[in-house]
Design a protein around this ligand. Structure first.
Ligand SMILES: Nc1nc2c(ncn2[C@@H]2O[C@H](COP(=O)(O)OP(=O)(O)OP(=O)(O)O)[C@@H](O)[C@H]2O)c(=O)[nH]1
Ligand SMILES: C[C@H](OP(=O)(O)O)C(=O)O
Length: 215
């Protein structure tokens, strides 16, 4: 099955929750590295990618739409253009694989959805995108389930560690370092001096070697 994937992407000053460990230029490079991982999985799954960008951006393997409005308004504008099923996938879930995406698009329901940790929504697959309305931020998973109900959609909720792992906070980098073999995002972190650190209570975190060069 061949579908179109919509990937919202903010190339300028992204991932501000990582400002404690990455400066703006580094966050922009890291966000691009995560995006590469997501686009690679999307393409391998047989879908084409359109980036819904806040600012001008170029990518050789994706179409670009630049939309200055808010995330929800931009996505809702895009959904109206779809005449076939659509996938909305966030650019900050670098552990996703092509097989994971195929699991979503093979659903027998009207919609499949992957929650993000902490109440968010990481991926939505919609057979009838024109009927739906995106409502990201806050407890968006609950909001999207409610909106699906209003649309009378049957829904499959997909339980997946890799797809539910969105990279928002410093602690989330642990997951890339542990599970991100072969990913551009892991390469970026390693080349930027990040490694795992285990504290005195046995908790796993990340540390940064200040002497390493960033990419
Ligand atoms: N088109 C568009 N994409 C956005 C916008 N805000 C965030 N995104 C993208 O949506 C996805 C999830 O967003 P967030 O997790 O909030 O990322 P972020 O805004 O870069 O991170 P924070 O500054 O830490 O909130 C990422 O792929 C972002 O690049 C926006 O206003 N418009
Ligand atoms: C866009 C937002 O992302 P989060 O801030 O939860 O990563 C959401 O999933 O509603």
């Amino acid at each position: 099955m061949y579908f179109h994937a919509l990937i919202p992407f903010k190339p300028v000053n992204p991932k501000t929750r990582l400002s404690c460990i990455l400066d703006q230029e580094e966050r922009e490079a890291f966000a691009r590295a995560m995006l590469e991982d997501v686009i690679a999985a999307v393409q391998k799954s047989g879908c084409s990618a359109t980036l819904l960008c806040t600012h001008p951006f170029k990518h050789e393997n994706a179409l670009i739409a630049v939309r200055k409005e808010s995330l929800n308004d931009a996505i809702n504008w895009a959904l109206k253009q779809f005449h076939c099923p659509a996938l909305i996938i966030m650019g900050d879930i670098p552990l996703v694989t092509a097989g994971d995406i195929q699991r979503l698009i093979r659903t027998e329901k009207d919609m499949s959805i992957v929650p993000g940790r902490g109440g968010g929504t990481n991926i939505i697959f919609l057979k009838k995108p024109q009927c739906f309305r995106a409502d990201y931020y806050g407890a968006s998973f609950l909001d999207h389930m409610r909106i699906a109900g209003e649309c009378n959609f049957s829904v499959e909720v997909i339980d997946s560690f890799r797809m539910s792992t969105d990279i928002d906070e410093k602690e989330d980098l642990v997951e890339i370092l542990i599970h991100g073999k072969g990913r551009k995002s892991r390469e970026y972190l390693e080349n930027s001096g990040f490694s795992l650190a285990i504290d005195e209570k046995g908790r796993v975190g990340v540390q940064r070697d200040a002497h390493k060069e960033t990419l």
